[in-house]
Design a protein around this ligand. Structure first.
Ligand SMILES: [Zn+2]
Length: 848
């Protein structure tokens, strides 16, 4: 006998249409509700089981097709978040209507139906209420079949104060004043047939932009009063991306309107509720006159990502949470595609190499996981919102798209969406559609990437008249396990031969393969264009040839890969640290922002591993590299320079002033910051984060106080987070203590505190204090912070790179397991292990 799966609902009764009426009270933080659910009873039933959590059910009954009303008893199972309705007589098969009266609380944990507060334009605290249901929190707002496969139509009615705005998934049918003084009833149209986790309602004071039409659907951006002027950019990318997707998918936008709503307290980045997408403010509202290019790109990314979900995720939805990767990987892939089409000068696919590298960092661990894995309990899905789902998932889709050809891939996607619209699908359905449309063995290729963890290291060497390529698993820690694991690897090859440059795309499906080119190879780039999710290790003579022609033979993304792969091999003990530093020295003429991002990132990593004396030597070496580069770019914008060059100037200066600890640079930055305070318009905007970072790095108590005030009085969400997170970069012990206090004393929103804490842990000068603070305030953090942020906060422990701190961290988390992210915790600890192992391996490095 198998145990009944208490977390999966029986399908003997299924919902078809919900009529939901809610009355939230923003002063007592409670709500009352009534739901009428049109149901279909598939077999005679004595009980009906659905989900409910933190709700009180006052009454329930079923009206049958013949008009009879059957009363029932209700029992709530808090642990399994279920309500069981028990009937004295049998409910016969056929149609019926379930009616339930209930009430609940507007909680402060940023999930379910929850509260948020903000300072109004009059300086007073104002309340609002919003929802966040993914993955399984709709059940905190109303009793429902809270699983993605139980799709239904929702008709929502909200009873609210007459001065407030109410928003839900569909357009407003009517707003009627109620006899009760000061109240109105807002009735919304029927939604499309969709899953519970996509239902949304938001109530508060909002200002909206003028609607713009996408086909027949009006698009608006909503923000709390005083912020509407920050919405223009989101309207532009919102319109551009929706139009892009309607064309790409060849299906019109499925909703009857689309509102993009900025919520002051928000646990993740954004949520793709159909027709009512919610965002944290930094991901939607931005001042186009002041924001840096990266800040604009973040808004463009997130808006595009959520819009892509309106089809991929909302119109077609995964059957169960194991399929979450497909939603998120695809939305991430489409986000790049849309932003790249909208602003080609940003070269979005090039900067995606940075995200791909972040996924490869985690996926090179023994504690990684396959992209898709069996999910039993829905809460296991919480651990899936990570770089493997989003970034690795999007990377392997991009690799497939490039292998099949963009047009063929798109045709397969269209077929998939048309086949499964208003319904649910599984990964295998996507491969079916792509195989039907391209006649290629998509499934056998993709199964090796989706169901196997990790990725290969491709070895390349010369043969007479060609190359030999081989594959073996890449791991940071060499324990010899899983060496037999193999992938079907799309190889994108470009080679310089005695007969000219050859390009080839082929599939490496063996442990080793010869590539005949018919002439002597001088140099070769495997993973040309950087679309492959693998690393490459060239033979000595091939790597020397690439180094000789680094800027002629390799494109910027290919140089990125060369540096990133070499750094990874260095961490893995497959290459010497000195060789890596010598490779960096070849970048004197480098002008690509992503190449520098990987180099600067690796040096920050190195700084956390090496001791102070070693760091001083590395800093000196970096000064010799960075100072001339900064000189080349100057400190102010040049005529005709691109956004990316302007961003690079900021990145180089930030690295010179912090990592390389250059005194002249620090002085100049502090002068320029003073100038910026006097007349902000005179300082190039992409430089501001660098100035703020350097001032914090060298900062005094007076600087600290100034930054704190700037955080509190910020005019834009970007300025607010810039000064807030800079507080984590100060180095004086008494200032570190002050920032640690901020993480729990209510001065910082709980949506941001965990990330501030992560930043302090990663600050080498603060890490010991931060770690001690985190241990002693652990329970309080768990109580205050949103659940999903705890494993993300803990990523900061990768910076605790000493044997003593590592041992202590292992002990602590053995005693205090993080239940919502055990896999991520294993990965953080393994990354820390890699760092401590390197510390040991490099203990004599750079010693005089
Ligand atoms: Zn998403």
């Amino acid at each position: 006998m198998t145990a009944e799966k208490l977390y999966r609902l029986p399908a003997t009764v299924t919902p078809e249409r919900y009529q939901l009426r809610l009355t939230p009270d923003l002063t007592t933080w409670t709500f009352g509700g009534e739901v009428k659910i049109s149901i279909r009873v598939h077999e005679p039933a004595r009980e009906i089981i659905l989900n409910a959590a933190e709700l009180e059910v006052h009454s329930a009954s079923v009206r049958l097709a013949d008009g009879r009303v059957l009363p029932c008893g209700v029992s709530l199972d808090a642990q399994n978040e279920r309500a069981t309705l028990s009937f004295a007589e049998i409910v016969p098969p056929g149609a019926g209507e379930l009616q339930i009266q209930f009430s609940g609380i507007l909680n402060d944990k940023l999930h379910g139906f929850y509260r948020s507060t903000y300072k109004g334009t009059d300086g007073k605290d104002k309340p609002l209420a919003s929802t966040q249901f993914e993955s399984t929190d709709a059940r905190r707002a109303f009793p429902c079949w809270d699983e993605p496969a139980f799709k239904a139509v929702y008709q929502v009615t909200l009873v609210v104060d007459e001065k407030l705005t109410a928003v839900s998934n569909a357009r407003v049918l009517r707003e009627t004043p109620l006899p009760e003084k000061g109240k109105k009833e807002v009735v919304f149209a029927d939604s499309i047939k969709m899953s519970t986790y996509l239902v949304a309602f938001i109530v508060g004071e909002f200002e909206a932009t003028e609607p713009v039409l996408i086909g027949r659907a009006p698009l608006r951006v909503l923000a709390v009063p005083g912020k509407r002027h920050l919405a223009r950019f989101a309207v532009e990318i919102g319109k551009a991306s929706l139009e892009h997707f309607s064309r790409y998918y060849d299906i019109p936008y499925p909703g009857d309107k689309l509102d993009l709503i900025a919520i002051p307290d928000f646990a993740s980045g954004a949520m793709e509720n159909l027709g009512a997408i919610t965002f944290r403010e930094t991901a939607l509202l931005v001042d186009t006159e002041k924001a840096t290019r990266s800040e604009l790109e973040r808004v463009a990314d997130v808006v595009s990502h959520e819009n892509a979900h309106m089809w991929f995720g909302d119109l077609v939805t995964m059957k169960w949470w194991n399929g979450l990767w497909l939603n998120e990987a695809f939305a991430t892939f489409m986000e790049m595609l849309a932003v790249d089409a909208w602003k080609p000068q940003w070269r979005r696919w090039d900067s995606f190499t940075v995200s791909r590298a972040a996924a490869m960092q985690v996926d090179g661990l023994k504690s990684t996981r396959p992209i898709e894995f069996p999910v039993e309990r829905p809460e296991e899905a919480a651990g899936m919102f990570d770089v493997l789902t989003y970034e690795k998932g999007a990377s392997v889709l991009r690799m497939l798209e490039q292998y099949l050809g963009a047009g063929a891939f798109r045709d397969g996607i269209r077929l998939y969406l048309r086949r499964h619209e208003y319904a649910n699908a599984e990964t295998t359905d996507l491969w079916d559609a792509l195989e039907d449309s391209t006649k290629q063995p998509v499934r056998s290729i993709m199964d090796t990437w989706i169901f196997q963890p990790g990725y290969p290291l491709i070895g390349v060497e010369k043969t007479a008249g060609g190359l030999r390529v081989s594959q073996q698993i890449f791991r940071y820690l060499q324990d010899g396990s899983d060496r037999e694991r193999k992938w079907q690897v799309p190889i994108f090859l470009r080679a310089g031969t005695s007969a000219g440059v050859v390009e080839k795309v082929l599939l490496l499906d063996q442990p080793e393969q010869r590539i005949e080119l018919g002439s002597e190879v001088e140099w070769a780039v495997v993973n040309a264009g950087a679309h492959g999710f693998y690393r490459v290790r060239y033979s000595r003579e091939l790597i020397d040839a690439l180094k000789r022609g680094m800027h002629q033979r390799l494109s910027a993304v290919e140089r990125f890969c060369l540096l990133n792969d070499t750094w990874a091999s260095t961490l893995a003990g497959l290459a010497e640290l000195n060789d890596y530093l010598n490779l960096i020295d070849l970048l004197r003429e480098e002008n690509d922002v992503n190449v520098w991002t990987t180099v600067i990132g690796s040096c920050h990593h190195l700084e956390r591993i090496l001791d102070d004396a070693q760091c001083a030597t590395v800093a000196k070496r970096l000064r010799a590299l960075l100072a001339p580069a900064v000189q080349r770019f100057g400190w102010s914008a040049k005529q005709g320079e691109s956004d990316l060059e302007s961003q690079l100037r900021g990145d180089l200066i930030a690295a010179l002033g912090t990592l390389a600890d250059d005194k002249d640079c620090q002085e100049r930055a502090s002068e320029l910051f003073a100038q910026y305070e006097q007349s902000p318009a005179n300082v190039e905007r992409n430089l501001i984060p660098a100035l703020v970072g350097i001032v914090a790095h060298t900062g005094t108590a007076a600087d600290y106080q100034k930054f704190y005030q700037k955080f509190k009085n910020a005019q834009t969400p970007q300025e607010e987070t810039r000064y807030l997170f800079a507080l984590g970069n100060f180095r004086r012990p008494e200032l570190i203590d002050r920032t640690l206090e901020l993480t729990l004393n209510g001065a910082v929103r709980t949506q941001n505190s965990p990330y501030l804490m992560r930043g302090i842990l990663l600050n080498k000068h603060a890490r010991e204090k931060a770690w001690a603070f985190m241990k002693s305030h652990w329970d309080e953090m768990l109580r205050q912070y949103p659940d999903n942020s705890i494993p993300r906060m803990c990523e900061g422990i990768v910076g605790l790179a000493t044997p003593e701190l590592e041992a202590d961290a292992r002990d602590f988390f053995a005693q205090h397991p993080v239940k919502q992210g055990s896999k991520q915790m294993e990965q953080h600890l393994e990354r820390l292990r890699v760092a401590v192992e390197c510390k040991h391996r490099w203990k004599d490095f750079l010693r005089a």
